[in-house]
Design a protein around this ligand. Structure first.
Ligand code: SF4
Length: 420
């Protein structure tokens, strides 16, 4: 949330959650790279009449009603899955359930993920009338060949149409929208590094020309159990090596910064005034409610994952396992995790305050500094007073190496059991 960015991630002074994530697991089909908790409905699924969707929403509403007390919500995010398989009425009902339980603060950011091939203008207007004011569009690529290779259902023409509708909707209450793009795509046989970079540059420039005020740029990761993992095991999936990945990341930064975007988090860029308030919650250390199959909430810092299958989630609810406020107030996110999520942000994290709040002794602090010294000497990690910050773009691009050092240091600490 906007009120919290840059504040210290302190275990001793948790903020009450003012944000909620709702997981809508339905998709037409599972994309080849996706390991999210998803319920594929088939290509002919109709959100208006799906008994499957209706029964899930009943479960979701019951979980919201059983949640602990909390102040009015400043941000709400309906993600998935494909939330645009819900009707506007269903979205409005979920927002009503949140409003009854917590209240929705005036000016709250209400985001909905949309899949380009799953909505039209009347449906978009309906979502806005229901209270949605920000949209995240799962575009991924403007290239039909890439979309096909990823197992996506939509095509570039539908993405362009969806973008045109979003642009028209700005006078109807849509405050902002974001476009997802995947960087580091599978390589076609014989593709040169230059060809890969040229292709990616076209994607970035198309997104800029489309006027996307916010871009989320994700690296393709091969997750266990996916079609891509099986292809990789058979030697049929070729991905960019580390050097090419770094070049693509540098190209992304150069193109988007030149176009006026700010790089406010490793994977996220926004023109001024369009950074996602909800995203910032995850990286600031503030708590959030999570509702739904596979959703993770952290109302007071400690992460609370839910079962990833629909049946498991239903059983979990039946057995009354919704975390009670007393449980939710137990010790929060482990220190290493709070350092890592804080360093994902451009403004960094108050590392000194975190270590002090945790009671980390001088020897352990010195050990951590020793591990991080090579990165500081290279200029990738900056310790500016109490604030720790990765340089942009080089430090953020190499963040995984820094985060691995922090994790290794934490594994050596006897006090890590406090947060585990
Ligand atoms: S649309 Fe999104 S959530 Fe659904 S299968 Fe594809 S990547 Fe996963």
């Amino acid at each position: 949330m906007d009120s919290a960015p840059g504040a210290p991630l302190s275990r001793s002074r948790p903020w009450p959650p003012r944000s909620a994530y709702l997981h809508i697991p339905f998709c037409h089909r599972r994309c080849f790279y996706c390991d999210f908790p998803v319920v594929p409905l088939g290509d002919r699924a109709d959100g208006d009449h799906s008994a499957s969707i209706r029964s899930y929403l009943t479960l979701l509403e019951s979980e919201i009603a059983a949640a602990g007390e909390g102040p009015p919500l400043s941000t709400v995010y309906l993600g998935g899955g494909t939330p645009s398989l819900l009707t506007p009425g269903q979205v409005g009902r979920l927002l009503g359930a949140l409003d009854r339980r917590f209240g929705l603060a005036a000016g709250a950011e209400i985001s909905l993920e949309l899949d380009p091939a799953s909505f039209d203008v009347p449906r978009l207007r309906g979502y806005l009338a229901a209270g949605v004011n920000r949209v995240s569009l799962g575009g991924q690529s403007f290239d039909d060949g890439v979309l096909l290779a990823l197992g996506r259902r939509h095509r570039a023409e539908e993405l362009a149409q969806a973008i045109a509708w979003l642009q028209q909707a700005r006078g109807l209450g849509l405050r902002s929208w974001s476009l997802d793009l995947i960087q580091g795509l599978p390589l076609s046989a014989g593709a040169t590094a230059t060809a890969v970079q040229d292709h990616w540059q076209v994607q970035l420039r198309t997104a800029i020309e489309a006027g996307a005020p916010h871009l989320s740029i994700y690296d393709l990761i091969v997750e266990p159990g996916t079609v891509f993992e099986r292809r990789q095991q058979r030697g049929e999936l070729l991905l960019p090596d580390d050097d090419l990945s770094a070049d693509l990341m540098a190209l992304t930064w150069a193109e988007l910064v030149a176009a006026g975007y700010g790089h406010y988090e490793i994977s996220n860029y926004a023109v001024p005034g369009h950074a996602s308030r909800h995203n910032r919650v995850y990286w600031s250390g503030a708590g959030w409610w999570g509702f739904g199959m596979g959703a993770t909430g952290a109302p007071w810092g400690r992460r609370q994952p839910r079962p990833r299958t629909r049946q498991g989630y239903a059983t979990w609810l039946e057995q009354g396992q919704v975390p009670s406020p007393a449980i939710a107030r137990e010790p929060s996110m482990p220190l290493d995790e709070r350092l890592m999520v804080g360093l994902r942000r451009r403004e960094g994290v108050n590392g000194a305050a975190l270590l002090a709040a945790e009671g980390v002794g001088p020897e352990a602090v010195a050990a951590l500094r020793g591990r991080l010294r090579p990165y500081m000497q290279a200029g990738w990690l900056r310790l500016e007073g109490s604030r720790w910050r990765l340089s942009d773009p080089d430090g953020l691009a190499l963040s995984n190496a820094v985060l691995r050092e922090i994790l290794a240091w934490w594994q050596e600490q006897p006090q890590r059991s406090l947060g585990d």
